[in-house]
Design a protein around this ligand. Sequence first.
Ligand code: CTP
Ligand code: CA
Length: 224
Amino acid sequence: EKDIINKLPLRGKKVLITAGPTYEAIDPVRFIGNHSSGKMGFEIAKASANLGAEVFLITGPTHQKLQHSLVNVIPVTSAEEMYLEAHKYFKSVNVAILAAAVADYKPMQVANQKIKKSDSTLVLQLEKTKDILGSLGKIKSKQILVGFALETENELENAKAKLKKKNLNLIVLNSLKDKGAGFKTETNKVTIIDNKNTVTKYQLKSKAEVASDLLKEIIKQLDA
Ligand code: CTP
Ligand code: CA
């Protein structure tokens, strides 16, 4: 009995996860997007469910698949839709892990018809999307809130600043400097920083193993 409980440390817990890219419409047939595969978020969802959690996986467009009795997949397209779904679930979860590569900007106007090509240049005006993670940090009560940071320079300082600014418990720093880390790879090399400024550097690992390392840190925070 005790063994089973130990093996399912997230049983009875609810975990919200965002994954994948977002697509910001330009017109009915075009969008602004990014190369996120969704793999990291899906691995975190799978690992959470395997530890007994009920998962709400809010995902932008991806080719990833996940069938698990404890995972509810909530597909979205844009940052605005992801924001609305995240806020719908946040109040009822114990943990929120925001692994999505959310577009920072979206077209100010979405054309109703396909934009025709003309002889002049095309200028798109972009406005900021809502910061989903930052907005959850502002309303957080007892939830463990986890963000990711993608940095190419001043990595540690930038990640620490994000942790503080967005009121997080943990931030996972993804460095694009490392070969085999990042968007389209099967592997990742991360550094996890907690809200007491403890910095833990991990080796290059599969994304499944990174997910399991991260969940160990989250379980420590839930037990604290
Ligand atoms: N994030 C979010 N909503 C946004 C933008 C980012 O929830 N509109 C989340 C990401 O899912 C990630 C974290 O914020 O967990 C950090 O994303 P990142 O792009 O590294 O940082 P930004 O705050 O967007 O800052 P910048 O891109 O300028 O570095
Ligand atoms: Ca960003």
